[in-house]
Design a protein around this ligand. Sequence first.
Ligand code: ATP
Ligand code: MG
Length: 670
Amino acid sequence: MSQLNSRQQEAVSYTQGPLLVLAGAGSGKTSVITRKIAWLIQHQQISARHIAAVTFTNKAAREMKERVSALVPRSETRGLIVSTFHNLGLRILKQEQAASGLRRGFSILDQTDSRELLKELLHRGDSERDIEATDFIHARISKWKNELVLPEQALSTAANDDELRAAVAYGQYNRMLRACNAVDFDDLIMLPVTLFREQPRIMEKWRNRIRYLLVDEYQDTNSAQYELVRQLVEPLGRFTVVGDDDQSIYAWRGARPENLAQLQTDWPNLNVVKLEQNYRSTGRILKAANAVISNNPHVFEKTLWSDYGYGDPIRVVAMRDEDAETDWIAGDLFHQRLQRGLKWKDFAILYRGNFQSRLMETKLQSLQIPYKVSGGKSFFSRAEIKDLMCYFRLLVNPDDDNAFLRIINTPRREIGPATLEKLAGWAARRDQGMYHVCDDFALSEIMPAKSAEKLREFKQWLDAKRELCFRDNSTRAIRELISDMDYEGWLHQQSSSPRIGEKRVENIWTLVASIQRMLDKDEDGDADLETVIAKLVLIDMLEQQDDEDDTDRVQLMTLHAAKGLEYPHVYMMGVEEELLPHRTSIEEDTIVEERRLMYVGITRAKRNLTMSYAMTRRQFGEKVDTVPSRFIEELPQEDLEFIGEGVKIDPERADEMAEASIAGLRALLE
Ligand code: ATP
Ligand code: MG
């Protein structure tokens, strides 16, 4: 406690009623949560198994766990729930499976899978028009779920033909999910909420289980999450939520920063604690952050100050094109590290869109700078991993038609589309999953005997693996599965070069090894292969902001993924109109949200902040002139140091300089 300031202490020790900690970036909100967990256990004698803390990303949840274990001995944290919202939902659904209308081993569809399912339902293909139509309906359904709107309600409130079509699809889509014994990402919140509504006794049980609830990044909760929190904490209001309305950056996913204000209405006895001292950044960085965000309208007034000194100016770097921009960053980073004696992991490079990382990566590679990209092409989105995951999904849930369709011909089994169509028709008539009916004897009457035989063989083979998987509870079944179908051979055959083939084979064994690790670790005491696989499917979906190892590497990530994190030296690249603020937000006039993203980016920096932009950028193969972001103009100009084109270096010369510095650095390396 003595390490905290008096307001933080108040927030930690206040347990008489509901509490909201409303404060700007770096003021110790997350710290309050972790300290409070320790306080509740050690000073309020609330057993850890009655405490739950939730946040939004796996990475944040993991960090929170680590911070708690530094404060409380392991023996006292048994049963403590520190997880993401979605993991908490999954936990509830798993325990209340039957009541939620799910069967054992239900599967969780990620965004790609659920979109594929919808695409099939809508009979849409891959033309631009079809993609647009599918995406519209996909997003609409997700929004409904986040607002807890059921298909029937969607139907009755549809405002136009488009919405009506989406509402019809929503009903079909949900029926299909249930038929396949599957849930999608949004269901992980919506289903527990509806379950609690329908069966108050089950809700009571969970209220009794979670007697104190803490929520980080509260400004990003959507309606469904708000409701879940409300259900869990009523009527006593034993909760602490912390948030910053200026860091709400998930409106596009249904987040409602108004939920912060709503709390005051819903809980008249709500205690609000504001924190004002920032323990992260220098004065200049804070001044810049405050200046930018002051251009947004505000519900809550906040002030933020720091006594970490005024610090260095904020560098604004203008380069001729994206090549020069990324070269400059790589070179500067290398230089700064040497000069200041820093570690690679002291640096983060942030950008608006995942695609921006590619070029940066090549530049870092050319200087042999170790780096780690969080998000982007995640491990789990690689084809070989997706395939294997579908096998796993089918192992734990034989009704998963999506998974079945993905792997029935991977590797090739010569089961043609005509056969599959007949199989699907038959399965639908029997009201069963496609995999389930693969060994129906009647199949040979509706398709060539040879095809029916292939399907039967496939099912018998995989059934045997399932049996082994449940009996043996090790990765043996998985290893056999891979070798039986000569999956390695197939991967090599499918790859354009032996090196790529090797890499893909390596990836699948990495997956197997991590399953083995999860089995060995047995953290929650319920690690059977089935649970581990279900967990993996979920991690897969949350992988976006995931980052397991903390080896010494430069961190690359999107601004969204950077929320809650901090780094001594931060580069924000591509600070240009159309990138930040993003083009769609300019068109849709949602600049305020982009400004919050800018605010999040700036406030990640502890010591040094550098922003860069390219004056031209290639778009569809053509060089296009760009305009520096309007947010740069909103920064306090007296605190900026302009570098590059901004100080009138001849573009040719700038390139030469960049090249020379890189050559020099390379020489240094060798
Ligand atoms: P964000 O809004 O970005 O999520 P936050 O409000 O959650 O930030 P924290 O991450 O909890 O802030 O804290 C920011 C930094 O300040 C951390 O490095 C933390 O260890 C440090 N810190 C918090 N409180 C104190 C304190 N009283 N004394 C010294 N350092 C502190
Ligand atoms: Mg935080």
